[in-house]
Design a binder for this molecule. Structure first.
Ligand code: ADP
Ligand code: MG
Length: 281
């Protein structure tokens, strides 16, 4: 298996004078190169702490995190790790630095000391890949939340990372903006083969992922395909997550005695499952 990230018994503790808080508690998993993984968890479950461990921003209190085989503890290779793993955060306003979209996207490549011609190519390519090329001369504050977040993603893509980690990138967006971001991430994953690790508390965003990990209280409590994860409605509810409405509906119908498949996720599949169940009656 070709893993871009390996997490081995990672622990992270926040320590102040009086207290020690273990936010990540002995977690181990690998992220396969080219995969699309969603990490689900409610507030305070340790998602952001874990995200910071994955790109070396935090060093584990115990255990190890390897990025493309490089231990994030190794100070000589810190920059290499940060280049391989790009981070996108919740608030696009905090991530945009320039007053023109294309200047903002150029900021990272400029800092890498690339030639102007290469920078131009990377900026154009990054903006096209997130569907924001037509807005290259706009000013970010005129854009919608979803558009701003796509520009922020372009700024990271322009550095050509192998892996993108997004920490609740849709939390501040409206449903349209959220959909734009999720579609953009799937496009980047398929067309550019960028490994995606999407952290969210919106279950619907996990629907098309290769894999879903559920985090609670610093540990990974479930790790499977979306369909398998969503079958476990009671576990998800017990950790404060609400399942997609389609799953909830099928689950309830089944409890009411309907002979119905709960092995579906999309609205279309759900409609078909209900139709089939009615036909058979
Ligand atoms: P999430 O992103 O899932 O909301 P976090 O990783 O931000 O979770 O936080 C996990 C736990 O660690 C929470 O209980 C939170 O209160 C605690 N925590 C986060 N940041 C700090 C900090 N700087 N100092 C002390 N505790 C923290
Ligand atoms: Mg968080």
């Amino acid at each position: 298996m070709d893993n871009i990230i390996e997490v081995k018994n990672a622990v992270y503790e926040y320590v102040d004078e009086e207290t020690t808080h273990r936010a990540v508690d002995n977690v181990s998993f690998n992220i396969e190169r080219g995969s699309f993984t969603v990490i689900l968890g409610h507030n305070g479950s340790g998602k952001s702490t874990l995200a910071k461990l994955l790109n070396g921003l935090f060093k584990p209190t115990d255990g190890d995190v390897l990025v493309d085989g490089i231990n994030t503890r190794d100070e000589d290779t810190e920059i290499e790790v940060k280049r391989k793993v790009g981070m996108v955060f919740q608030n696009p306003d905090n991530q945009l630095v320039a007053s023109i979209v294309e200047e903002d996207v150029a900021f990272g490549p400029e800092n890498l000391g690339l030639e102007p011609k290469v920078i131009r190519e990377r900026v154009d390519d990054a903006l096209k890949s997130v569907g924001m090329y037509d807005f290259r001369e706009s000013t970010p504050h005129r854009l919608s939340g979803g558009q701003k977040q796509r520009v922020a993603i372009a700024g990271i893509i322009a550095m050509q990372p192998e892996c993108l980690i997004l920490d609740e990138p849709t939390a501040m967006l409206d449903p349209v903006g959220r959909k734009e971001i999720i579609e953009t991430l799937h496009k980047l994953n398929k067309e550019k083969n960028i490994t995606v690790v999407l952290i969210t508390h919106y279950m619907e965003e996990a629907e098309n992922a290769d894999r879903v990990m559920v985090m609670n209280d610093g540990v990974i409590i479930d790790d499977n395909t979306p369909k398998e994860i969503f079958k476990n409605v009671s576990l998800l509810k017990s950790v404060g997550l609400s399942v997609p409405q389609t799953t909830e509906l099928l689950y309830t119908l089944k409890q009411e005695g309907f002979d119905i498949s709960t092995d579906v996720l999309s609205i279309k599949e759900t409609a078909q499952a209900i139709a089939k169940s009615l036909e058979e009656k």
